[in-house]
Write a protein that binds this ligand. Structure first.
Ligand SMILES: [Zn+2]
Length: 151
């Protein structure tokens, strides 16, 4: 039994490990696409390899998992075991997010963060609302958007 995983399953697993093409990300992509927006994915030439890049709007969108990015919301809780490890890991992710956002803003990009809690869990927003807020922001001149759930 050389390989129990098909190529598709393996690629899906790898995506999950890299945090790409996650379910929340797919919700955002589908909503934007249905609203007529066209975009590139995971542009490795940009700081932080943003999940969604809309060049026409000078805008990038990150879809952040609340656990990995240490969001102050109901979906995040510090793990009970290995506190030092998690503090380093999640603290490092947060520091990197801040740095990458600053790099992108300095390079003239506008940066939106859509948090997982805006899309799932009891504080989630209706899908049309997420897409609507993103669309409004894309058509605005605002540099930053932080879209989160209600809890
Ligand atoms: Zn959150």
């Amino acid at each position: 039994m050389a390989d129990v995983h098909s190529r598709a399953v393996r690629s899906k697993n790898m995506s999950r490990i890299r945090g790409q093409n996650t379910q929340p990300e797919m919700i955002v992509r589908r909503g934007l696409h249905a609203a007529g927006f066209r975009f590139r994915l995971h542009d490795r030439k940009l700081p932080g390899r943003p999940d969604i890049v809309l060049r026409r709007y000078n805008a990038v969108i990150f879809v952040h998992g609340c656990f990995w990015h240490g969001h102050d919301c109901a979906l995040f809780r510090w793990p009970a075991t290995r506190p030092d490890f998690w503090r380093d890991k999640i603290g490092g992710n947060r520091a990197r997010d801040t740095r990458r956002t600053a790099d992108l803003l300095n390079a003239g990009w506008r940066v939106a963060t859509v948090w997982e809690c805006a899309l799932k869990g009891r504080g989630r927003l209706p899908g049309e609302e997420v897409t609507g807020k993103l669309a409004t922001w894309l058509h605005s001149t605002s540099d930053r958007l932080d879209l989160r759930g209600t809890v």
